[in-house]
Design a protein around this ligand. Structure first.
Ligand code: SAH
Length: 215
């Protein structure tokens, strides 16, 4: 795969688009400017790679819109060295953004095909999140607790297991809602184990699924 001047130019434009929509964190903008998003998509869709839109990645799933990736990342308030659990690896793009910010990333995907693809592809471009095939509703107890937890699919409720796996002082960001539209929630676990919940607008995500897929 080639990352040409043309791709780099399109990426610069994407960064200004995302900035224009209100993302101010320079580190996040730099990560978007650095990661070759077209590598994460089928080569026949190259011309769509640097539009600020979600896009199908197979198995009925999508790579999130860059603005949404940036918005969720900003809400997470990522610090260097943070241990972050991502639910919904998908293409792996979001995991790479978190790695660029200095996080140690654990990511779960329930679609075997997408898991296998990410497992092969991400190290080939120099990113090494720890990837797991499984059900993100349960989180990943073996490596808990986490500084931050990010759900990248629309969940009907915030799974209790995930709240349990958050450190005191930790942050969970997730689009929550039962229908097509979800509300972006930021949940902060205080040092006494109480939760403070904030709402950050409406978004549309593919659903977080409970039953195993036919893959
Ligand atoms: N973060 C991804 C976007 C993911 S789309 C990216 O950057 O490309 C949401 C992903 O969540 C899909 O890949 C979907 O298969 C996965 N998913 C859905 N339900 C899940 C579950 N219960 N556990 C783990 N992953 C799940």
């Amino acid at each position: 795969m080639i990352d040409s001047y043309k791709h780099k130019g399109l990426r610069k434009r994407l960064v200004s688009t995302v900035k224009g929509k209100g993302i101010n964190d320079e580190n996040i903008l730099q990560a978007i400017g650095k990661i070759p998003r077209h590598f994460f998509m089928d080569s026949s869709f190259l011309e769509f790679s640097y539009q600020d839109k979600p896009f199908p990645i197979g198995s009925g799933q999508t790579i999130s819109q860059p603005y949404t990736v940036a918005f969720q990342t900003e809400l997470l308030n990522v610090k260097k060295g943070d241990k972050i659990l991502e639910v919904g690896t998908g293409s792996g793009y979001q995991a790479c953004v978190l790695i660029e910010l200095g996080a140690k990333v654990y990511s779960i995907e329930r679609q075997k095909k997408l898991f296998n693809k990410a497992q092969k592809f991400l190290p080939s471009i120099g990113y090494r999140p720890k990837l797991f095939y499984g059900d993100g509703y349960k989180g990943l107890k073996a490596f808990a607790p986490y500084d931050k937890i990010l759900i990248t699919a629309g969940a009907p409720i915030i799974p209790d297991d995930l709240l349990d796996q958050l450190k005191p002082g930790g942050i969970l960001v997730a689009p929550i809602g039962k229908g097509d539209v979800q509300i972006m929630k930021k949940v902060i676990k205080d040092n006494n184990g109480n939760f403070i919940e904030e709402n950050h607008g409406a978004f549309r995500f593919v659903p977080l699924l409970i039953n195993k897929a036919n893959d």
